[in-house]
Design a protein around this ligand. Structure first.
Ligand SMILES: Cc1cc2nc3c(=O)[nH]c(=O)nc-3n(C[C@H](O)[C@H](O)[C@H](O)COP(=O)(O)OP(=O)(O)OC[C@H]3O[C@@H](n4cnc5c(N)ncnc54)[C@H](O)[C@@H]3O)c2cc1C
Length: 409
């Protein structure tokens, strides 16, 4: 008997009407996918439920990354989803959104690994790289043979990255010399390729560099220990000491922070999907528990106050799903602005944070034990809320768009 089954009601032997299976697609947003896209999303869901769900809590508790899952990810052929050519999986940005939501529904950490590799690292090369750079780096990354990370944040510069990077790049002939530190960098302790953003000492503009982690002298990484959120993702503190990078590895289309921001717009778009998936996973867990856990001789899901919590949760999820599906339409029409993506990221992560807290609450004491899953979603939502630009920074972007006044200080 598992710890989980010990506290739940025995399965009823006779049930007049089967209870509805937990389903977080209340407004049938999955029906907006075309049949081919839906097949891909279902295939990913089957993989996640069969291979990831049974093992991921153990990795989360142990602060370890499940390398055993990488061959399966390669086989699914989703590397570079939403990107076209260069061995990438292609498809629409809506498909990429749904795939991201599916990953987070089962595990937000594993989804973040994918988001950092695919969205941030591959995305930087796809958006800001030259033709040669795309041809060289994207195919092995799409096959998950080379894994990437994205180094923007620094120990002393987080929200203020647009104006204040202290990592420097100095050109010496055909070589650039990088010096500085990067903090919080997902996948950095073990990946192959780092996109490092640094300030060019000559023109003071931010530029991006492709650095090969394992073979470049002066590049070192220390794993950040004792996180309480997204524990499966390995975050690193990078030190760059006279790291020499050839001009051929400078992102040729990245000439100022505006080009970095083009990558961030896309990844904020994705964090909104991720937060919605995280809320879906927590809601489905809580709903299932409410159907099985008995108190006062009845399933707790039959109590009015518990139903109120569940109704609030599915309302948050449905509102987020509708918002991000419209976000995908705007992207497809070439109309998605930084403010659109910022609004979606801020709203979906805030609603996710609320939803996972209700899920945790609904599991009572078991809500704080990792084995019951709600605790994992609860803890992971905290990082989604803060990374890729905090709630306040997203609201400042929206505030500037709606008032016409920039309130950044
Ligand atoms: C798990 C995790 C993974 C991450 N992965 C990566 C990664 O792969 N690559 C990468 O480059 N970075 C990564 N980050 C960094 C992340 O993007 C930053 O943590 C985030 O941008 C916030 O920066 P900060 O932590 O330095 O907070 P700070 O900028 O110090 O902010 C602290 C608080 O002050 C508030 N604040 C700051 N300025 C203002 C203002 N002007 N007005 C109002 N409020 C303000 C913030 O909203 C926040 O509440 C990751 C972070 C986490 C936690």
């Amino acid at each position: 008997m598992t710890a989980e089954s010990a506290v739940l009601a025995p399965k009823p032997t006779k049930q007049s009407k089967p209870l509805p299976a937990p389903n977080s697609d209340f407004y049938e947003v999955y029906e907006t996918l075309d049949p081919e896209e839906l097949t891909k999303v279902k295939r990913l869901r089957a993989f996640l439920e069969a291979k990831v769900a049974p093992i991921i809590t153990k990795y989360w508790v142990e602060d370890a990354f499940p390398f055993e899952l990488l061959p399966g990810m390669k086989e699914l052929g989703i590397g570079g989803a939403g990107m076209h050519g260069y061995g990438c999986a292609g498809g629409s940005s809506k498909l990429l959104g749904f795939l991201t939501m599916e990953l987070a529904r089962v595990d937000p950490s594993f989804c973040t690994f994918f988001g950092v590799h695919d969205g941030l690292a591959m995305g930087s090369i796809y958006i800001d790289g030259s033709e040669e750079q795309k041809q060289k780096w994207l195919p092995p990354m799409a096959r998950f043979e080379k894994i990437g990370c994205f180094g923007l944040t620094e120990p002393l510069v987080g929200s203020g990255a647009s104006g204040g990077l202290t990592t420097t790049a100095k050109r010496e002939g055909d070589t650039w010399v990088l010096n500085g530190e990067k903090r919080w960098i997902g996948n950095a302790p073990w990946c192959d390729v780092s996109i490092i953003w640094a300030r060019d000492l000559t023109d003071n503009q931010v530029k991006g560099f492709i650095v090969e982690n394992k073979t470049t002298a002066g590049f070192s990484v220390e794993k950040i220990q004792n996180k309480i959120s997204l524990k499966v993702v390995q975050n690193g503190h990078i030190t760059l000491k006279d790291v020499r990078v050839p001009e051929a590895n400078r992102l040729q289309g990245g000439n100022s922070f505006r080009d970095t921001a083009r990558v961030l717009k896309m990844t904020r778009y994705l964090v909104a999907w991720m937060a919605t998936g995280c809320a879906m996973g927590a809601y489905e867990t809580a709903l299932k528990y409410s159907q099985e856990r008995l108190q006062f001789g009845r399933p707790i899901g039959s109590f009015q106050l518990v139903q109120d919590l569940l109704a609030r949760m599915i309302a948050n999820i449905t509102a987020s799903q509708c918002l991000i599906t419209r976000q995908a339409q705007l992207h497809a029409e070439g109309k998605l602005t930084d403010a659109h993506a910022a609004l979606a990221k801020a709203f979906a992560t805030a609603k996710c944070r609320e939803t996972v807290a209700w899920a945790r609450e609904l599991l009572g004491g078991n809500g704080i034990v990792a084995d019951y899953k709600a605790a994992r979603f609860f803890a992971d939502a905290e990082a989604l809320y803060s990374y890729e630009g905090t709630f306040q920074m997203q609201n400042l972007i929206v505030g500037k768009a709606v008032t016409g006044f920039g309130a950044f200080v």
